[in-house]
Design a protein around this ligand. Structure first.
Ligand SMILES: *Cc1c(COP(=O)(O)O)cnc(C)c1O
Ligand SMILES: [Zn+2]
Length: 562
């Protein structure tokens, strides 16, 4: 059902008329860039009481969408994805309020599900039977799933850069796949020409009203979800009522054409206009180095991006070389709001981020999502994101099929069971198992009074090595532990109540049996020159909390255990 209160306004001439799914340009000036507007003054107070009754999904905000209800048979449980705190990554970066909007948990595992659900609903309502689109993969997958349910034939023009596994997934849904040997921008041209010749409806990307409006729902969900969680430190002081809706300080997303952040920003602008949130977040737009026209334009202060003719990246999802007017709109809206940052990362940085999101957060994500994570790390390291700011990053996809590239060799061990069993069950089994690992692992003691800090270090060590781990929650426990277990290495916090890290070092070095144990100090404390002098010669390594990544710590550990 179409929303008869949704008006479409031309960004060039200002002409307004009710929403029509098949109208793709302004009837007055022919302009293709238009936006949906609603009766915000009315909805500001009328909508919130109604939300209580509704399920947490995309249709929850139906009065703010061009389609208020999908055909029931279309629904695949779109939207309503969880907001998950990134505890280990946040701890590692020194950011206490880091969240992941887990768009993997949609019907086809990316935020493109929202777009497909809303756009296919509108097209079905308008009686459309065939649709053409160009895609870097995820749009085609999401549209294919919904088109299958809607009885719409889909023609998907995919650049040949799209991994074969993704192309096959599109084909599996019954979509006609056309591989275009060329860039994504070229695939878009070919698709447009094909649609024109055949008279088939063409998906208009960021110029499509439903596409942009669907992305908005990410913003509405985040604001509602953040109203429910406890932030650190408590924002309003003890006892003060928390607001029901809250905008983050930052929204971070990997960007190709820029439709996602443009739609999300529109959502935050609307909520701000309706008085539901007290700020518009800064937007972190992250591109890959080999295809970063928006980052280049932003850093050069340009209002118009210069297209990249031949993108160089393995991450096909992000290979839009010509962002066109989307960049200009995004930039202008960001400057009208709280601003933000445009940053680029290398393919390598993104692939490393895939690995630690899996190891440290239990999240298997696709390379494009890891680009957002690698960009976030860069923005924290450069001081643009501050320690207590509330940050939400968009997470999509699944690491399959690229995990081969990330893991390399030697990631598994084998047991040959048949051989083992022949030698007589018990004995054979033991012999086989003894081949899996050696008996004595290096022994490491982790000393920190904060359980989350111990968990982070334990996780770093257990995810990539064979260690016997001990934990102590105080200086006193640490001294006892060292005398009892004789670890090969101690990872030591400095600031602890009663006996602090300095006290532990003195006590250990006073006893011959513990005096030689190497020590890595991991501290949140800014050390004074006098304190540094006190440590000199007594410890092997000093690391600042919030300032090292998992691999840095592992490198130190391995070097000291040699
Ligand atoms: C489509 C997509 C992007 C790029 O989004 P745009 O809004 O088109 O810039 C980034 N990450 C993932 C996972 C995507 O599917
Ligand atoms: Zn117009």
């Amino acid at each position: 059902m179409l929303n008869d209160r949704c008006q479409i306004e031309c960004l060039d001439c200002g002409f307004r008329a009710p929403y029509q799914p098949l109208e793709t340009v302004c009837p007055v000036c022919g302009g293709a860039w238009r936006q949906a507007i609603y009766d915000y003054a009315h909805l500001a107070s009328a909508l919130p009481p109604q939300l209580k009754e509704r399920p947490f999904d995309l249709w929850r905000y139906r009065e703010l969408l061009p389609v208020t209800q999908p055909a029931p048979e279309l629904r695949l449980s779109e939207g309503g994805t969880p907001l998950i705190r990134a505890l280990n990554l946040g701890m590692m970066l020194g950011c206490s309020n880091l969240f992941m909007k887990d768009e993997r948990q949609g019907p086809t595992s990316s935020f493109k599900d929202r777009q497909a659900a809303l756009s296919i609903s509108a097209l079905k309502a308008a009686g459309v039977r065939e649709v053409v689109l160009a895609s870097t993969g995820n749009v085609a997958i999401a549209y294919s799933a919904y088109a299958a349910r809607a009885g719409i034939k889909l023609w998907a023009f995919l650049t040949s850069l799209v991994p074969a596994a993704k192309m096959r997934e599109v084909a599996l849904y019954g979509t006609q796949v056309i591989k275009v040997t060329g860039s994504y921008d070229q695939a878009k041209q070919v698709a447009a020409e094909f649609a024109r010749q055949r008279g088939i409806f063409l998906d208009a990307g960021a110029r499509s009203i439903t596409n942009i409006e669907s992305m908005k729902t990410i913003a509405y969900e985040i604001a509602e979800q953040l109203g429910e969680v406890l932030l650190e430190p408590p924002a309003n002081g003890l006892g003060a009522a928390r607001p029901r809706w809250r905008a983050p300080d930052w929204y971070i997303q990997a960007v190709s054409g820029g439709m996602g952040p443009l739609g999300v920003l529109k959502g935050f602008r609307e909520m701000y206009q309706m008085g539901w949130i007290d700020r518009i977040p800064k937007i972190g737009v992250i591109q890959v180095e080999g295809c970063a026209p928006m980052v280049n334009a932003w850093k050069q202060g340009r209002e118009i991006a210069i297209p990249i003719q031949s993108p160089h990246t393995h991450i096909a999802t992000l290979a839009t070389g010509d962002p066109g007017r989307t960049y200009t709109l995004l930039r202008n809206w960001m400057l009208e709001g709280s601003g933000g940052a445009f940053e680029s990362v290398s393919d390598e940085e993104a692939f490393r981020a895939i690995h630690f999101l899996a190891k440290m957060e239990g999240m298997s994500v696709e390379p494009a999502a890891a680009v957002a994570c690698a960009g976030l790390i860069k923005l924290v390291r450069s001081g643009q994101i501050k320690p207590h700011e509330v940050v939400v990053m968009n997470i999509s996809g699944h690491t399959l099929p690229v995990e081969r590239t990330i893991l390399g060799e030697g990631w598994s061990r084998s047991v040959v069971v048949s051989e083992a069993m022949q030698a007589g069950a018990e004995e054979g089994l033991l012999a086989a198992l003894s081949k899996i690992t050696i008996d004595r692992f290096p022994r490491i003691a982790i000393v920190d009074d904060h359980p989350e800090a111990r968990r982070l270090i334990r996780r770093i060590l257990q995810s990539q090595g064979d260690y016997t781990l001990f934990e102590a929650a105080s200086g006193r426990e640490a001294i006892e532990l060292a005398q009892r277990e004789h670890p090969d290495l101690i990872i030591l916090d400095l600031m602890m109540p009663e006996v602090d890290g300095f006290g532990v070092i003195e006590a250990l070095q006073a006893q011959p049996e513990t005096a030689e144990i190497p020590i890595i100090v991991v501290t949140a404390k800014e050390l004074t020159p006098a304190e540094k002098e006190r440590l000199r010669g007594h410890i092997q390594s000093l690391m600042q909390k919030g300032d090292f990544m998992s691999d840095d710590l592992l490198d130190e550990v391995r070097a000291l255990l040699k």
